[in-house]
Design a protein around this ligand. Sequence first.
Ligand code: C2E
Ligand code: MG
Ligand code: MG
Length: 268
Amino acid sequence: IYAHESDGHSIDRLALATQLRRGIEVGELVVHYQPKVPFNDSSSCAVEALVRWNHPQLGCLGPDAFIPLAEQTGLIKGVTERVLEAALGQCKQWRAAGLDIRFSVNVSMRALLDRDLPKTIRVLLDRYALPPTSLQLEITESRLVADLGCARTVLHELRSMGVTIAIDDFGTGFSSLSQLQQLPVDEIKIDRSFVINMEADHDDAVLVRSIIELGRNLGLRVTAEGVETATVHQTLRELGCDYAQGFHISRPIPANECHRLLDGMPHQ
Ligand code: C2E
Ligand code: MG
Ligand code: MG
């Protein structure tokens, strides 16, 4: 159906896609890191890699401004590879400095249609001499992919290598519960929209509590994202949540800042 108002956008989008293709090649994508901190002192810290695009004219763009475009134009493969490369390279550096933590990288279902992804990841892990357990993939499913079977095969292959899998934004999106049944999952991440409101909104608090219980009953690690206050942090601790991530602890920050922050936190 022709939509006049989206027509102007399509020209901008085409230009942006061309710029993104170039940006990936010349290294305009940068990765920031946000700590995931355990409630239990005997567990290790982890970090999530979050991509940004240093656009020469538009400045620093967040992922929401270009990931959907990358998915629609097939550029997501290049984005995913760049982020994996940056994150695993960083992981290697930090391990050499005595900071042995797990790195999470976001992978959209779309990127899982790439049958070569397990091989790409294997090559990177070998290049940096990292154990597969140092990498976790966070899977988001904003819309159904055409070939769920392929995505599932790729995930199972990665899981059997030892890479761990988290379901991101749990509780929103298409079918969080059926994903738990169909995909090899190690961790669920409670969507930040529930966590941010749990002080004010009783229903959100009930949802968060129920997801934590569900995760525990299934033997999965549970991370709450969007932890913005000390009160929410304390409530999550009482509810038995495993990890917290959010502005209360730290925003996503450049690698060197994150290294300094993590040095003062428990890790193995
Ligand atoms: P996500 O994976 O759920 O990442 C968490 C997002 O929540 C990040 O936004 C982070 O900055 C934000 N956040 C963290 N703590 C708080 C908090 O306490 N309060 C609030 N209000 N927000 C918080 P960001 O960096 O803009 O990323 C947005 C989304 O873009 C990510 O959501 C992820 O789905 C996607 N994304 C990021 N990097 C990549 C990537 O390399 N590949 C793919 N495919 N997607 C990516
Ligand atoms: Mg994520
Ligand atoms: Mg999320």
